[in-house]
Design a protein around this ligand. Structure first.
Ligand code: NAI
Ligand code: NM2
Length: 509
């Protein structure tokens, strides 16, 4: 099969509304694979224009079996290699991603709708993830434990086998790297299923791994939605499922995985609190609130969408935050100065706008945005744009404050005391992230300690370098991605006990 994706290499001059993808999007056995039946096509759209980008053909049972079989074959080879050898291949893959960064970012924009500036950061984070886990691959080791009489035990850190990755559509390429890099570093193979809305870029990663020298079948891509995902989670040949997506789907994944006791990592949704005290550096707090709400059109799981502002600074905070929100440049996501692109689908846009109408009905006040937006350029007229929204007069019982909107909608609420705001911030079934702005260092760390969330950002928001563990508390999931700890979630420990003396004559004394 031919490597080097034709589409990726015809990208340099490409602009919004031009690209059509006809290449096969499945990948196993070291090759792109043609869909078996070529029926049940689901159209994938370019969010910036609403135009069809390609067809996605969901994989059925036979195809899923083939992908898992191919992963198993590769696992047998890869898991026997030294960590240092795996590292070398992963570093080469990181180098190739870095080399093709701009074109991969462009394709990600065309499929996802986010701005090119953000997509480049996503691709940089992606190769950094491979570099980071390549660095760890050579360090994986067990322990030696002395026992009486010269006997001893040692532990071996071993791979799990075939791991499944199931991704969401907001960070398609990055999610594939966040899952595959630690998996591969530990000696596992992976079958990855991207979201059906963003079918295009995962296969590029598969080709890059192959080009870098992984055994055929080590990283595979199967396309499809819930049905294909179900086949993967129920498959007896799979040792682990790592999932990024919504809470309801996460619960199903756990249930299915329980049948054969597969290990599970769940990165689910959130409704994270961002607490801004009156002693904060206001300029930074305002920038932080924008970072917490408007990256990737607000479609970010760890966004700080419940913004609690201490009453005394509420008027000046609102004035600044609204001024800056109104100034966000929305439009063609491939243009350098665009800061907000299009939402993922028409249906999702309608859902987000529905949350804004509901908020108004429940008494919230729209200070800016919250409306469908039509750029002037004719080719963008069918795109899924909206103006970023700031809601005032919100209360904790409103739908916009309780439910994950997954769009550019910030809900702002006043508070008076630290004790009160902590109680309100923790009054949710989610627990993915949280943030606090204050110049009082004791307060900052006290608040961080008392917030029930997997991450707390102090005086910034949505900063997640690969060295730092990421994951949820409560119904936002469990397990972690990134950081050294993730090795624990992609490996298992074997204990070997060695007797140096004679076996006790226990039964015949
Ligand atoms: N914590 C995190 O890191 C993130 C969480 N999210 C959450 O995901 C939601 C939006 O993403 P969606 O893609 O719509 O979520 P989703 O949960 O519908 O889908 C996520 C993935 O699961 C697959 N899937 C759906 N049903 C399945 C089933 N029964 N069995 C196996 N796989 C199945 C989908 O095809 C997709 O690949 C947001 O509401 C947000 O809460 C999104 C991104 C990141
Ligand atoms: C990169 N970051 C931190 C903005 C978001 C990553 C989590 C997600 O997949 O939504």
């Amino acid at each position: 099969c031919s490597l080097i994706t034709p589409i990726l290499f015809s990208m340099p001059g490409a602009s919004t509304g031009q690209v059509v993808v006809t290449d096969h999007l499945n990948f196993w056995g070291g090759c792109r694979v043609k869909p078996k039946d070529g029926i049940n096509a689901e159209p994938v759209h370019e969010p910036a224009t609403g135009r069809k980008l390609c067809d996605m053909f969901p994989c059925g049972k036979e195809e899923v079996d083939q992908a898992i079989q191919s992963a198993h074959t590769a696992y047998l080879k890869w898991s026997k290699m030294a960590g240092m050898e795996r590292a070398r291949v992963m570093l080469e893959a990181a180098r190739i991603i870095r080399e093709r960064r701009d074109n991969i970012a462009k394709l990600e924009v065309i499929n996802n709708g986010k701005s090119i500036t953000e997509a480049r950061v996503d691709i940089d984070v992606s190769w950094q993830t491979l570099e980071y886990y390549a660095g760890i691959a050579g360090t994986l080791a067990g322990e030696h434990i002395q026992l009486p009489g010269g006997s001893f035990a040692y532990t071996r850190r071993e791979a799990l086998g075939v791991c499944v990755g199931i991704g969401a559509w907001n960070y398609p390429f990055q999610i594939a790297c966040w899952k595959s890099a630690p998996a591969l570093a530990c000696g596992n193979a992976m079958v990855f299923k991207p979201s059906p809305f963003t079918a295009v870029t995962a296969v590029i990663l598969a080709e890059i791994y192959k080009e870098a020298g992984v055994p055929d079948g080590l990283f595979n891509v199967v396309q499809g939605g819930a049905e294909t995902g179900t086949l993967l989670c129920n498959h007896p040949g799979v040792a682990k499922v790592s999932f990024t997506g919504s809470v309801p789907t996460g619960k199903k994944i756990m249930e299915m995985s329980a049948k054969t006791v597969k290990q599970v990592t769940l990165e689910l949704g959130g409704k994270s609190p961002l607490i801004i005290f009156k002693d904060c550096e206001l300029e930074n707090a305002v920038r932080g609130a924008l970072m917490a709400n408007f990256l990737t059109q607000g479609e970010v799981c760890c966004n700080g969408t419940r913004v609690y502002v201490q009453r005394e600074i509420m008027p000046v905070f609102l004035e600044e935050v609204v001024k800056r929100t109104k100034a966000i440049r929305i439009g063609d996501p491939l243009l350098e100065n665009t800061r907000m692109g299009a939402l993922i689908t028409r249906q999702h846009l309608d859902k987000v706008l529905g949350f804004v109408s509901q908020a108004k009905k429940e008494g919230a006040m729209v200070l800016c945005g919250g409306e469908a937006f039509t750029p002037i350029e004719p080719k963008l007229k069918g795109g899924y744009y909206m103006s970023p929204c700031v809601l005032d007069n919100c209360t904790d019982d409103m739908t916009c404050v309780k439910e994950e909107i997954f769009g550019p909608v910030m809900s702002v609420m006043p508070f008076d005391t630290e004790e009160e705001v902590l109680k309100r911030a923790n009054n949710t079934t989610f627990g993915l992230a949280s943030g606090v702005f204050t110049r009082d260092i004791s307060r900052a760390h006290r608040v961080a300690e008392n917030l029930q969330a997997g991450t707390c950002f102090i005086n910034n928001y949505n900063i997640s370098p690969v060295e730092v563990p990421f994951g949820g508390y409560k119904q936002s999931g469990f397990g972690r991605e990134n950081g050294q700890v993730t090795i624990e979630y992609y490996s298992q420990l074997k204990t070997v006990v060695v007797e140096m003396g004679d076996v006790d004559d226990y039964f015949n004394c």
